[in-house]
Write a protein that binds this ligand. Structure first.
Ligand SMILES: [Zn+2]
Length: 362
């Protein structure tokens, strides 16, 4: 009798531990499923009394604010589930350490600091993206020095930044292992951004680099600092000042965030991300090196006009269906007005070939 009782208890205990183990693993799996990409902090560099780099016509602080706000708008429009937080959304001065704090307080999944470059050689141009790390060349160190020197606008900077001297090369040794945990993810995103800038916006690719940026130092999430281009180069300055240039740059950053988010969620076991991206067909009716205005003819001529950017051009489509036969009918209709209109295919918002579209939907 006693033995029987003991056995039952033992048995019950075993069952209990199995149950605990089961619940633990269940919650881990379930917890993983819930790791979604929720928040992005967008950090337009400089602001207020700190105008950043100065070109012949424009200041860095204004260009980067415009691009940042456009990027935020695209995220709000196309990824409404993602919360956008700006470190500044107007022309105000924000200390560097406060920018990192905003990202940490909001538990951001990503921190993107947006800047424009300046160098005494006007012939230098191109876009580059930095992650926090050790500079490999003096040129990289110079970019960090230039961006970090804004702390001199802060009265108590030597206390706040623990004696950091933005102009002394020795100060940069302290950056060695900082942000190491996020280096892979940060570099991954930086690579996506540079690809987008190069392949979709036609920027010169100056690559993914590392240097000691104070603004990235205390962020506890993957973080990048983007240098959109050089204000010291006339052509690039003109591009960055223009509405089209800012739209191109912001949409490239948007696509980078979107692609990073997809990868991030797939890595965390969120399979539905894949399913969301379905193949759609549209009929392309116009293509222009400049963005068409809202009262362009194409908008009154066709219903459901949708704009996308590819190879440095704004392209316009009408109709939208996942049925290939249906789009062929729409194409016939459209061709009565525009003879050379043609069908284009998309996976999500990414243009793909008709062959690929048909392979996917088979
Ligand atoms: Zn800057």
């Amino acid at each position: 009798m006693t033995i029987y009782y003991c056995n039952t208890r033992k048995h019950a205990l075993n069952l209990f531990s199995v149950l605990v183990l089961f619940l633990m693993s269940w919650s881990i799996v379930n917890g993983q499923e819930k790791i979604r990409f929720k928040t992005v902090v967008i950090d337009p560099g400089h602001g207020g009394k700190d105008s950043g780099a100065q070109g012949s016509k424009a200041n860095e602080k204004d260009i980067v604010l415009n691009v940042a706000l456009k990027l935020g708008e695209y995220i709000n429009e196309h990824l409404p589930e993602v919360k956008v937080v700006y470190t500044r959304d107007k022309d105000v001065f924000i200390p560097l350490d406060r920018r990192a704090e905003i990202a940490n307080e909001n538990k951001a999944d990503l921190f993107i600091s947006i800047h424009a470059n300046y160098i005494s050689k006007p012939s230098v141009y191109g876009a580059e993206t930095f992650v926090l790390g050790n500079h490999r060349t003096n040129e990289q160190l110079e970019v960090a020095k230039q961006e970090n020197s804004v702390i001199l606008y802060e009265e108590d900077y030597s206390v706040k930044y623990e004696g950091f001297d933005p102009n002394s090369s020795e100060s940069y040794i302290m950056f060695q292992l900082m942000q190491f945990a996020f280096l892979d993810q940060s570099q991954n995103l930086a690579g996506i951004v540079q690809d987008q800038f190069t392949n979709r916006v036609g920027r010169k690719n100056r690559g993914v680099k590392q240097a000691g940026f104070l603004v990235l130092r205390k962020t506890s999430m993957p973080s990048i600092l983007v240098e959109l281009g050089f204000l010291s180069n006339k052509v690039e300055e003109k591009f960055m000042i223009s509405e089209e240039g800012q739209t191109y740059l912001a949409s490239a950053l948007f696509r980078s965030v979107r692609d990073y988010k997809t990868q991030f969620e797939l890595n965390n076991g969120i399979e539905e991300v894949k399913k969301k991206e379905k193949v759609t067909y549209r009929v392309q009716v116009a293509s222009s090196p400049k963005k068409l205005s809202d009262n362009a003819r194409v908008y009154s001529q066709f219903p459901n006009v949708w704009e996308y950017i590819e190879n440095n051009k704004f392209k316009y489509t009408t109709g939208e269906t996942s049925d290939y036969n249906e789009i062929l009918k729409i194409q016939d209709d459209v061709r009565t007005k525009i003879a050379d209109a043609f069908v284009v295919a998309f996976l999500g918002e990414e243009r793909i070939s008709l062959d690929k579209a048909q392979t996917i939907t088979k």
